[in-house]
Design a protein around this ligand. Structure first.
Ligand code: TYD
Ligand code: MG
Length: 448
């Protein structure tokens, strides 16, 4: 007999509690508990059996990878999409998830039967998008439903053996065997579980679209990320044409790879040499700007970091960042104030990474410090110069990974000079920097 239990599930991390509480004990999220009905399965009494032991060095069965032909996408997936894997594509509403998947599906459908399940849009809307993308003739099958049972039955009953399935989005899909509303932890877990099982048993590739909240987390349960093989994030600034695709989890390839796309009227195109698209080329030096060579995955990207320091109209001055970590900004300001005698005191600080890119690397510290000091002292950095290095709390400049790759990229783009920590190689263009006060003195930005 089915036994049902009432629980309160955190919509952020998936933890369940017998009583409602305002703050989830597991992840600390406020107001995230929702009442759900959970099915209690009686504990099984089947005894375990001793299994055959395997060695690490045994034969590995061949992994089958399908090529979509969208090279940026295949590369992010580790050189093709693995048959039988489940991929989750997260991103803010309107960033282009449905567009990207429809374009990939159109390519894949040239070789493999594909099914697109939409719980958000009607078939006509998807047709309109296909028309806009110029893929109307692709042999992609469409259904619009929000019921998991319909999807599974369609896969079962149709004569075509679908090899690729897109579910747009997983938050809209639900099963009627559960009483909770679509999008709740229980529903998302049940739908993902059923689809994952289908993917593994029949070798189908399943793409799930997931929404992210305004804090950039996948909306609803984190459990979703644990259940799938690959988690991709599609991000970018909606005001800018560039979109970045990032693998944050990949059971079949490297993480931290970055793919760059550009959004046009007719859909997304790949940017295969993105190194300098985020760069503003200048004829005149401008105070408050520094150029940084970032390494995203295996890709170097050259970006400009801009800072603005102005007197504040507020009792607590504003510190605002776009594309960088606010805590790291506080740290660098503290180091500049304590070790280099610069005073930002009652001033507002704005820091921005151009092009809508988000930097996660500590290697950008030195460029951030340079941009901030330059904005404060109104002394520009020399033209055609790049800056990189990590800053420690004592003001020392630490070596960073991929030193040579950064320098090579700088040479490729025609920069003549670099300020960088000591690395394995010495190049004539590189001025080595050991600590922050000496670096600022070199740039004539130290307090006089
Ligand atoms: P969409 O794929 O619907 O986003 P998501 O599924 O992530 O919510 O794309 C939404 C935006 O993309 C929409 O604002 C319009 C824009 N867009 C283009 O600029 N060109 C195009 O060819 C298409 C299809 C969409
Ligand atoms: Mg969509």
């Amino acid at each position: 007999m089915r036994k049902l239990k009432r629980v309160y599930a955190c919509q952020t991390c998936g933890a369940t509690f017998p009583k409602w509480v305002g703050r989830c004990d597991a992840c600390g999220a406020w107001n995230a508990l929702v009442e759900e009905i959970e099915e209690v399965t009686p504990s099984s009494s089947v005894p375990g059996k001793s299994l055959e032991l395997c060695s690490l060095g045994g034969l590995i069965s061949q992994i089958d990878r399908l090529q979509s032909g969208v090279e940026e996408f295949d590369r992010i997936c580790g050189g093709g999409i693995v048959a039988g894997s489940v991929l989750l594509l997260g991103g803010e509403p309107g960033i282009g998830k449905s567009t990207l998947l429809l374009q990939i599906l159109a390519r894949l459908s040239q070789k493999y039967p594909c099914l697109y399940v939409s719980g958000e849009e009607a078939v006509d809307q998807i047709r309109l998008r296909a028309q806009r993308l110029g893929v109307r003739d692709a042999t992609v099958s469409l259904i619009a439903t929000t019921r998991l049972e319909d999807v599974l039955e369609t896969l079962e009953q149709q004569e075509t053996d679908f090899q690729v399935l897109v579910v747009d989005s997983i938050q809209t899909l639900g099963t009627s065997s559960l009483d909770s509303a679509a999008g709740t932890v229980a529903q998302v877990r049940a739908s993902t579980g059923a689809l994952t099982e289908r993917a593994k048993t029949q070798g189908i590739i399943v793409f799930l679209v997931g929404h992210v909240t305004k804090d950039g987390m996948l909306a609803g349960p984190k459990v979703l990320e644990h259940m799938v093989d690959t988690v991709l994030y599609f991000e970018g600034d909606r005001g800018q044409p560039f979109r970045l695709l990032r693998a944050v989890k990949n059971r079949f390839g490297a993480c931290d790879e970055l793919g760059v796309f550009e959004m046009h009227d007719t859909g997304l195109t790949e940017v295969s040499d993105p190194s300098s698209i985020f760069l503003t080329r200048r004829q005149q030096p401008v105070p408050g700007t520094a150029v940084f060579v970032s390494i995203e995955g295996t890709r170097p990207l050259v970006v400009e970091i801009q800072a603005l320091v102005g007197s504040s109209g507020f009792s607590t001055p504003r510190r605002s960042v776009v594309g960088w970590d606010i805590n790291r900004l506080h740290m660098i300001v503290a180091v500049l104030e304590t070790r280099c005698n610069l005073s930002f005191g009652q001033r507002d600080i704005y820091l921005s990474v151009t092009g809508g890119l988000r930097l996660n690397e500590p290697a950008a510290d030195l460029a951030v410090a340079a941009a901030l000091s330059s904005a404060l002292t109104q002394r520009p950095l020399p033209l055609n110069t790049v800056v990189f290095g990590e800053i420690g709390l004592t003001g020392e400049v630490r070596p960073v990974s991929q030193h040579l790759a950064r320098l090579k990229e700088m040479q490729k783009l025609g920069f003549q000079r670099a300020f960088a920590p000591p690395g394995d190689v010495t190049l004539p263009e590189v001025q080595e920097v050991m600590n922050l006060p000496a670096f600022l003195a070199l740039l004539d930005m130290a307090k006089r």
